[in-house]
Structure formats: C-alpha cells, structure tokens
Design a protein around this ligand. Structure first.
Ligand SMILES: Nc1nc2c(c(=O)[nH]1)N=C([C@H](O)[C@H](O)COP(=O)(O)OP(=O)(O)OP(=O)(O)O)CN2
Ligand SMILES: [Zn+2]
Length: 145
C-alpha cells in the first residue's frame, strides 16, 4: 500500500531509499494446484523497492526514483505477465507467482544498479498481489554488502 512502512533488514549503508509504485497486470499460474488462479485474471500489484548505498551520484541521488519505477512499470503495466521473457520458461520456478514476480523485479533492478558508477544495491522487493497476500524477496547476503 502506498504510504505503508515496510520491514527492512538492518544494514550499515549510509543511505536507504524506498520507492512505492503500482502496476496492473494479468497472469495465470499454469498448474492445477493453483485452483482458480490457473485461469487468467488480473491484479493491481503494489511494489516497494528498497535500495541502499554509501555513495551518491553527481546529482546527489543514490538513484533517481523515476528510474526505479520506469524499469518495472514500463515493462509490466497493462501486460500479461506470462508473455514476458522473465516468465516464459514453462517450469514452476518461472510461473508468475508473487514470489517469482518479486524475484524478477529484484533481478531487473539489481541488474540496472550494477551498471551505475556509485554501485547502490537492492536490499529487498516487497510485492503485494492482493489486499491479503504479499511477498518480500531479499537476496542472500544483501544487507552485509
Ligand atoms: N504462495 C502463493 N500462493 C498463491 C499465489 C502465489 O502467487 N503464491 N497466487 C495465488 C493466486 O494467483 C491469487 O492471485 C492470490 O490468491 P489469494 O491470496 O488466495 O487470493 P484471494 O483473494 O482469493 O484470498 P482471500 O483469502 O480471499 O483474501 C494463489 N496462491
Ligand atoms: Zn493472481
């Protein structure tokens, strides 16, 4: 939810930045275990991304808030997630579940951060799929880097 405070692991970075945004997307989980979710349906996903680092860029940003949103929103908003290359592999670990979408958002953002000279890192992605269901993805060792 926008304006919600999210749990974040303790860390020693000087700066911790959080960006909230949302996107609307359709998906289905192609497994009978998913019950009604095996049929195409849609969600408004709420995302909170936590990025940390010790060095600002020449603008005084760890990273521009807009860049974080654009990386994900431009790719997934008003899409069918199952058609995205991140979820095309027909195995359970690649179905666009809340867990896998959260991990994919992390991978996209961290991949971009690694191209930046000031080297911020993504500590976690909080992804709310429904009013009652969310997942937090944290890379192993993230807060110790
Ligand atoms: N571990 C997971 N379980 C389920 C996922 C998932 O991504 N990871 N996804 C679904 C469905 O896609 C669905 O979108 C969400 O399910 P659920 O929370 O059960 O939704 P409801 O609105 O029906 O839940 P209420 O308890 O009525 O609020 C299913 N499981
Ligand atoms: Zn769903």
């Amino acid at each position: 939810m926008i304006q919600q405070i999210y749990p974040v692991p303790a860390h020693n970075f000087l700066y911790e930045l959080n960006k909230d945004f949302h996107f609307a997307a359709a998906h289905y989980i192609a497994d009978e275990e998913a019950g009604k979710c095996q049929y195409t349906h849609g969600h408004t996903y709420f995302v909170n991304v936590t990025i940390a680092g010790n060095t600002l860029d020449s603008t005084g940003f760890l990273i521009n808030f807009k860049t974080i949103k654009d990386l994900i929103h431009n790719r997934f908003d008003h899409s069918t997630l199952n058609k995205d290359p991140a979820f095309l592999d027909a195995q359970g670990d690649y179905f666009p579940t809340t867990e896998v979408v959260a991990r994919s958002i992390y991978d996209i953002i961290q991949g971009h951060l690694e191209t930046l000279a000031n080297k911020p890192v993504c500590l976690q992605v909080f992804l709310r799929e429904t009013p009652t269901s969310y997942c937090i993805y944290r890379p192993k060792g993230g807060a110790e880097r």
